[in-house]
Design a protein around this ligand. Structure first.
Ligand SMILES: [Ca+2]
Ligand SMILES: [Ca+2]
Length: 80
């Protein structure tokens, strides 16, 4: 995680929203959000038509605590 604290608040907000949206956007029902599913969440939250995969990956990195490349319940149920 390279970048500094300036985005922390935003990411907390994202976290809440992603948790809320998790099941809605987990389209293949495997209890994980992969990059493409996360991208849909972010686009919908921000009302964006496009978000680069690079940006999605950056956000993914902040949520993917166990580093398996997807957001799952075990990631977001962690503290911090
Ligand atoms: Ca999924
Ligand atoms: Ca993970």
């Amino acid at each position: 995680m390279v970048y500094a604290n300036t985005r922390n608040r935003d990411q907390k907000d994202y976290k809440e929203e992603i948790i809320k949206a998790f099941h809605m956007y987990d389209r293949d029902l495997n209890n994980e959000l992969d990059l493409h599913e996360l991208r849909r969440v972010l686009m919908s939250l921000d009302g964006l038509e496009k978000i680069s995969l690079l940006e999605v990956k950056e956000i993914m990195n902040d949520f993917d605590f166990n580093g398996d490349g997807v957001i799952s319940v075990s990631d977001y149920s962690r503290k911090g």
